[in-house]
Design a protein around this ligand. Structure first.
Ligand SMILES: [Zn+2]
Length: 394
């Protein structure tokens, strides 16, 4: 353990006062012992101890023997960087963030719950969250309106108002959101997207678009996206999706990926994915860059359940566990600079850790059309460590 001179003197005097013999032994606040550490940010998948001091990762080693104030026995469990969920609605109420923290989610993005009219309330929830909460401002001034849809009147997409909302909340707004499906935007989809991109570009921020059953062909939509922009609900079935009528992936999808557009799962509850589309798209190589739940406070009792459950759905299709963890950690962190230094257990990083159980058995998973598929593995959230502190189970 490195210390500066003042810390050294302080530690030495405390040890002297306590009359302790191991005056110079490294002492950790918390050691997570014996778990299978999966940290794709450093290509690590091995049984390791994770030692934490002062809220940061201090060591990831085969056998940490120094004493620790607290120990978590993680034998038989997965120890991953804290999960980051880039499409949630956790900002709708202050109850949301502590709930998803229980699932191992140590960082979240609220994707467009708030527009110019209600952004300040969502931003306040983000600021008050125990973990890092960030928001995308909806290009529609109302934010998400269900079931009516917020973009049927294009005047709702007000560029100046969205920009003012960002300026008021620059500390937590990390991007722009536009929901473009037919039931939300109708034939305003492309114009709403242009306005959203205008706002995003002027602040040099990423834009996240929600697709599915769009009025306009997906290629026209993808053409308006820049590097770093995110498409969520990529496996939405129905008209103008990622597949043509024969089930072949449109070439524009992979072309968009090659120029840096990111593809997000976005589980949600209605019309956002079906098993058949996941099957056909993954067979043609379209795997998600990131998972997300489209989470809200009722997700526990929907087909979403929690982020580890959503990750398990792609394990069922043959995604590797390492890749699934990457999608929910380092890949998600790289979408937004606000998550620099997160999504990793590298020494020196803030100590956010998700401990999960990977159980073998028979598990039923739901798509958005009441379709069930049965998988052999499922990840369950077990414990969360946030900024070096074990989160109490509720
Ligand atoms: Zn959403």
């Amino acid at each position: 353990m490195m210390m500066n001179r003042r810390q050294f003197v302080a530690t030495a005097s405390v040890a002297f006062l306590l009359g302790r013999s191991k005056a110079f032994a490294a002492t950790y606040d918390l050691v997570i012992k014996g778990g299978r550490v999966i940290d794709p940010s450093v290509s690590l998948d091995a049984v390791r101890d994770v030692a934490i001091v002062g809220g940061r990762i201090a060591a990831v080693e085969a056998n940490v023997t120094a004493e620790a104030a607290e120990t978590i026995d993680a034998r038989g469990r997965i120890v991953a960087p804290g999960l980051i969920d880039i499409h949630t609605h956790a900002g709708r109420s202050k109850e949301g963030p502590p709930m998803c923290l229980q699932d191992g989610v140590t960082g979240w993005v609220d994707a467009g719950s708030g527009g110019a009219d209600n952004m300040d309330a969502v931003a306040a929830v983000a600021r008050g969250a125990p973990q890092i909460g960030r928001c995308l401002v909806n290009i529609a001034r109302t934010g998400v309106v269900t079931p009516a849809g917020e973009l049927h009147d294009i005047n709702a997409a007000n560029v100046a108002m969205a920009e003012a909302a960002i300026l008021r909340n620059r500390d937590v707004v990390v991007g722009v959101k536009a929901r473009l499906s037919d039931n939300v935007a109708g034939d305003n989809d492309l114009e709403a997207l242009r306005r959203a991109q205008q706002v995003a570009t002027s602040f040099n921020l990423p834009l996240m678009i929600h697709v599915g059953q769009n009025h306009s062909p997906l290629r026209s939509i993808l053409a308006l996206l820049k590097r770093g922009d995110i498409v969520t609900h990529i496996y939405a079935p129905g008209k103008n999706g990622i597949l043509d009528e024969k089930g072949i992936l449109h070439p524009e999808v992979m072309a968009a990926r090659r120029r840096g557009v990111l593809f997000d799962f976005g589980n949600g509850v209605s019309d956002h994915f079906d098993w058949d589309t996941v099957d056909k798209a993954t067979r043609q190589g379209l795997w998600p860059d990131t998972f997300s739940t489209d989470w809200n406070t009722s997700s526990k009792s929907s087909g979403v359940v929690d982020l580890p459950n959503v990750m398990s759905k792609l394990l069922m299709f043959g995604m590797s566990l390492n890749q699934a963890v990457a999608c929910a950690t380092v890949n998600a962190a790289r979408c937004f600079p606000a998550f620099d230094d997160r999504g990793t257990l590298n020494v020196g990083a803030p100590a956010d850790v998700a401990i999960m159980d990977l159980r073998e058995g028979s598990f039923d998973f739901l798509d958005n059309y009441k379709g069930t598929r049965t998988g052999r593995q499922r990840l369950f959230p077990s414990e969360t460590v946030l900024n070096g502190k074990r989160v109490a189970r509720t």
